[in-house]
Write a protein that binds this ligand. Structure first.
Ligand code: AKB
Length: 319
């Protein structure tokens, strides 16, 4: 039986991807891995877990051999703001990690999923309705690693026939695990602060419009892409996927429909503002819709209502 290995399983995406994969394919078929320890992150002791530092090829190979892995969801990476602060580490983790994952995948015949990002675009890219195939000249180290990762995955597909597939994910909103180190983290923090303090100080300008998505849609997109008929895929690394596009002012107004006395103010961080200003407001995801039937389910009102309900419930059960 071939298994699925998830790297970076304790991060914002991995924390929700692992249970979703286990629900769909069976608990015994999914191995979580991370450089961090699982007990602090709520995984049960019976769930398969491997310590994997993706900058060490032997650790990846050990997990792949031991669990007879056939597919790797490679989520381990530094996000945009941290990568800008530590560009050398970002290159080593984002590119070095991917290179080693691809080499192990080549030797063991594994399929590979890689999350790219709106960060793979830059100031020269059309910001509205960003096409699938367009200018990609990002101005951040994160973006440089994302474009290079897309190219490297396409290369391994063309050169070695590896089944590599990827998505250009928008900023992700989720309630299970915090993002940590991204430019779109404000869109998660705002919900926690709204529920706790009725106030949020945002590090981006109020009119900064970015492409965003609710985590359940993102998780479904990853699994649907990996299940798609290979013959139908014209693109591989990586597909634009879109759901909604909003500013901090828009989200604050939507939250106010549920929490009328919620207030937002702004203390702009110039580094993260510059990163956000270089990213798409809204991507055109026609290729994903045509090639494998992608369709988002959550819009801004639906996501906001669900986030507040789920976070409110969690706070209630914790008290
Ligand atoms: C980040 O803000 O760095 C990420 C992303 C959009 O790739 N959430």
């Amino acid at each position: 039986m071939q298994r699925i290995l998830v790297t970076g399983a304790l991060g914002q995406i991995g924390t929700e991807l692992v249970p979703a994969l286990r629900d769909r394919y069976g608990s015994d078929r999914v191995v979580a891995s991370d450089i961090r320890v699982p007990h602090a992150h709520g995984l049960s002791a019976s769930d398969a877990f491997e310590h994997v530092d993706c900058t060490h090829i032997r650790e990846i190979e050990h997990a792949v051999r031991r669990h007879e892995v056939g597919t790797i969801y490679h989520m381990a990476a530094l996000l945009s703001a941290v990568a800008e602060d530590r560009p050398r580490v970002a290159w080593e983790v984002n590119m070095g990690g991917l290179y080693r994952v691809l080499e192990v995948a080549r030797l063991h015949g594994c399929a590979v999923f890689l999350p790219s990002s709106i960060g793979a675009f830059g100031p020269g890219t059309p910001r509205v309705g960003t096409p699938q195939d367009t200018i990609q000249r990002p101005s951040t180290m994160y973006g440089v690693t994302k474009v290079s990762s897309e190219l490297l995955c396409d290369y391994y597909h063309a050169r070695f026939g590896l089944d590599t597939r990827g998505l250009r994910l928008p900023g992700l909103v989720s309630y299970v695990a915090p993002p940590g180190g991204g430019t779109t983290d404000w869109a998660v923090e705002i919900f926690h602060q709204a529920l706790r303090h009725r106030n949020y100080t945002c590090f981006l300008r109020g009119d900064t419009r970015l492409d965003m998505m609710y985590m359940p849609d993102a998780i479904r997109a990853m699994m649907e892409l990996m299940e798609a008929e290979p013959g139908k895929l014209v693109h591989r690394n990586a597909f634009n996927v879109a759901a909604m596009s909003f500013t901090p002012e828009d989200l604050a107004a939507e939250i106010r429909k549920h929490i009328p006395d919620f207030d937002i103010d702004y203390e702009v961080d110039p580094v993260r503002q510059a990163i956000a200003d270089s990213w798409p407001e809204s991507m055109d995801d026609a290729a994903a819709r045509h090639e494998w039937g992608w369709k988002a389910e959550y819009d801004l009102p639906g996501m906001t209502a669900d986030m507040l309900e789920k976070l409110g419930r969690r706070a209630g059960s914790a008290s």
